[in-house]
Structure formats: structure tokens, C-alpha cells
Ligand binder design. Structure first.
Ligand SMILES: [Fe+2]
Length: 274
């Protein structure tokens, strides 16, 4: 028998993973044990606090349904999703940087021609997005695809809002023979992440707001290139430095330049080779 201490207990918990036939699972569960024990040793929770934590995790699961994933929201709102994105997708200097996919992406958006508008109801301030898709040497990529989606000026994606047409403010575009794209849309606005569940309550309890700065989502793809999942954020937005999901990177902040017939945004996407 060994005397039970925090150290001997961790040692024993890790020892019991040794027979795992999956080496990666063993590595993951060993790290989990070490860090979870360290967390509890640091926090020294009371039993009441521990039950509050258990209750929170239970509510996270119970809030999930077909259209809502509270666990992902928890990961987003406390910075883990952007850390995951950095570990798996960080880019070389000069390539377009990535950001979170978010929960509102839909596959098979309508296919549009260069210059078409993704706004089906034209509610909002007219905006033209234009630029090129290139490789890292600046060579334009012909036929690159841009999958784009955003909120309406009421702050809601069309899936959240029965008053918007199906697939409003979503579209698939291709670059032309010069590697150029043009997308007409309306200016996006900042919006709150769903804050009526346990994640929203926790944000409030730690003194944080639930808002994301205005942004447009993109997935850019081209043959032989690494796909990029990213967002373009509106310069001057009040939430740029406190995005509820930590998605903002300086290189992804764009200027909405006022022209005679609306705003214009220029941005070139730079893709890395596979
Ligand atoms: Fe979004």
C-alpha cells in the first residue's frame, strides 16, 4: 500500500492507462489526467462548486439539439476553437489567414455568376466585394471557388429567420479568367451568439458580452491548393477587439469604402499549395 497523496493518486491514475492498445488514446488520456488533476489541485473546489460544474456540463449537453450545438458554442466562446484552428491551419506569412467556420454554414448554396447579388430581398446597404484569388507568388487562380455567407442587416442568418428567403445571403462564385471575383451583397452587421443557454449565462457571469463584430464568411477552394475557411471583418466595428469567439485577425479586417452606388470592399485571397 502507498500513502494516498495528490501525487501518488495521479501516478496511479496514469499507470492504469498503460494497457491501452491505442497509443494516441493513451497519450490523450494521460494528458487529460495530468491537466485535470492539476486544474482541481489549483482550484481546490468545494463539493458545492464541483456540483455546479457538473450541472453546467449537464446543461451544455441538454441544450444541444438538431439545430443547436452548445458544446461547440462553449469551445468557441472560451477560445478553444480558435486555438484548434491555429494548431491545424496556421498559415505562412502572406497567405490569407483562417478563422472559425461557425455554426451557420450550409452546403450547396446557389451558384452565381461574377457580379451577381447574394441578397435575394435587397434589404440593406448595397456592397460590392471584389478582388482576386492568387497563389503565394501572386499568380491569379482561374476557376477558384468562393463559398460565401453572412447575416442580414437584422443580425440574423436566414436559417434563424423565417422572414428571409431560403439561402438568402449565401452563394457560390468562381474566379474568372483573370482570377478575379465580384460579389454583390449588403453590408453585414454585428450580432450576438446565442446567449439564452448555459454558455450565455456563463459569459454574463464573467462580465463578457456575446457580440461578434460584423463579418462575411468565406470558404475559398482551388485545385491543388489548401482550402481556406475564413471571415472578413468590418473595419471600425465596435466589437473587433472583443469578438465573443476570438475570430478576428488584423489581416482579415477590411475597409468598406463609400462609393456612389454603395460600399466597395477589395480583398485578395492568397492560397497555399497542398
Ligand atoms: Fe457569422
Amino acid at each position: 500500500m502507498v500513502q494516498f497523496t495528490a501525487e501518488s493518486h495521479l501516478k496511479e491514475a496514469v499507470k492504469r492507462l498503460q494497457n491501452s492498445e491505442n497509443p494516441r488514446l493513451k497519450e490523450v488520456m494521460t494528458a487529460f489526467s495530468k491537466h485535470m488533476f492539476a486544474f482541481i489541485n489549483e482550484v481546490q473546489p468545494s463539493e458545492e462548486e464541483w456540483m455546479t460544474g457538473i450541472q453546467f456540463l449537464t446543461e451544455l449537453g441538454q441544450t444541444c439539439n438538431d439545430v443547436r450545438q452548445e458544446w461547440i458554442l462553449f469551445s468557441d466562446a472560451f477560445g478553444v476553437t480558435m486555438l484548434m484552428d491555429y494548431i491545424n491551419h496556421h498559415k505562412e506569412q502572406g497567405s490569407t489567414e483562417s478563422s472559425v467556420l461557425g455554426p451557420f454554414y450550409r452546403e450547396r448554396a446557389p451558384v452565381y455568376e461574377k457580379g451577381d447579388s447574394i441578397s435575394q430581398d435587397h434589404v440593406g446597404e448595397e456592397t460590392l466585394l471584389r478582388g482576386r484569388v492568387t497563389d503565394r507568388s501572386g499568380k491569379p487562380i482561374v476557376g477558384a471557388s468562393l463559398d460565401v455567407w453572412q447575416t442580414a442587416p437584422n443580425g440574423m442568418y436566414e436559417v434563424q429567420d423565417e422572414n428571409q428567403p431560403d439561402f438568402n445571403l449565401r452563394g457560390l462564385f468562381k474566379t474568372d479568367e483573370n482570377g478575379e471575383y465580384e460579389i454583390r451583397t449588403v453590408k453585414p452587421v454585428s450580432y450576438p451568439i446565442p446567449d439564452d443557454g448555459p454558455v450565455g449565462k456563463l459569459l454574463g457571469a464573467v462580465g463578457r458580452h456575446p457580440y461578434r463584430p460584423a463579418h462575411i464568411h468565406f470558404i475559398v477552394n482551388a485545385a491543388g491548393k489548401k482550402p481556406i475557411i475564413t471571415q472578413l471583418f468590418t473595419k471600425g466595428d465596435e466589437y473587433l477587439s472583443s469578438d465573443a469567439v476570438f475570430g478576428v485577425k488584423d489581416s482579415l479586417v477590411v475597409d468598406y469604402v463609400q462609393k456612389e452606388d454603395g460600399y466597395q470592399v477589395e480583398y485578395d485571397f492568397v492560397l497555399e499549395d497542398m
